[in-house]
Design a binder for this molecule. Structure first.
Ligand code: GRF
Length: 203
């Protein structure tokens, strides 16, 4: 196992890259949370989808965004080059759907944070994303769902947990109604947990 490098970034500014595959509402929420702070910057957003709405949000926020193909992410020399070019210290996955390759985990050990829209270790793994997760949770008769913020290792959704929060599942719950409760939890906790983790490892 690789040790976490806690060398303080230059000028005590932590540079975060966000990876997102879809709408990017979490990405935007995180970036807005840190606005006005000089200890955290968001130099770029990367997506595996050229038509993801997150690019539009990036443009509105004045942040560069890039699209890399599935292949360019699987064999990540270009991705790593881009992250090095922008001196990225930490990676946040905000609704990012592809597997993170081992080379990237080795380049950023303990420095890749993901959010999963359910209470891991249940309802995680390949194919468990978006409404598939919420439907699986409801169909299994669970009384609660929630969010898990965790570090990323080489297996989908199996890295160390940093934080969990719960919400109730009520009679007649649908994937859409549950997704909206989960999003509320994400907006409330994800930026604060990223902040807490940065302070823990850097400051
Ligand atoms: C979130 O629910 C996140 O947990 C999941 O995908 C969703 C992304 O939403 N992995 P958004 O793109 O941030 O709006």
């Amino acid at each position: 196992m690789c040790a976490i490098n806690t060398t303080k970034p230059d000028m005590l500014t932590v540079k975060i890259a966000i990876l997102a595959s879809g709408s990017g509402s979490n990405a935007e929420n995180i970036i807005k949370y840190f606005s006005g702070r000089d200890d955290v910057e968001f130099p770029l957003i990367i997506s595996n989808k050229a038509d993801a709405y997150v690019h539009k949000r990036a443009e509105q926020l004045g942040i560069k965004s890039y699209t890399l193909s599935r292949e360019e992410i699987k064999t990540p020399s270009l991705l790593i080059e881009l992250l090095r070019k922008y001196d990225i210290n930490l990676i946040v996955l905000a609704g990012y759907l592809l597997k993170i390759p081992a080379e990237l985990i080795n380049e950023y050990p303990g420095k890749i944070i993901n959010i999963h829209p359910a209470l891991l270790p249940k309802f995680g793994g390949k194919g468990m994303y978006g409404d598939f997760v919420h439907e699986a949770v409801i169909n299994s008769g669970e009384k609660f769902s929630g969010i898990t913020i965790h570090l990323v290792n080489e297996n989908y959704d199996e890295g160390e947990h940093l934080f969990q929060a719960k919400c109730d599942i009520v009679t007649g719950e649908t994937a859409q109604s549950l997704a909206s409760k989960v999003h509320e939890l994400e907006y409330l906790h994800f930026p604060a947990e990223v902040d807490r983790y940065i302070k823990k490892i850097y400051f």
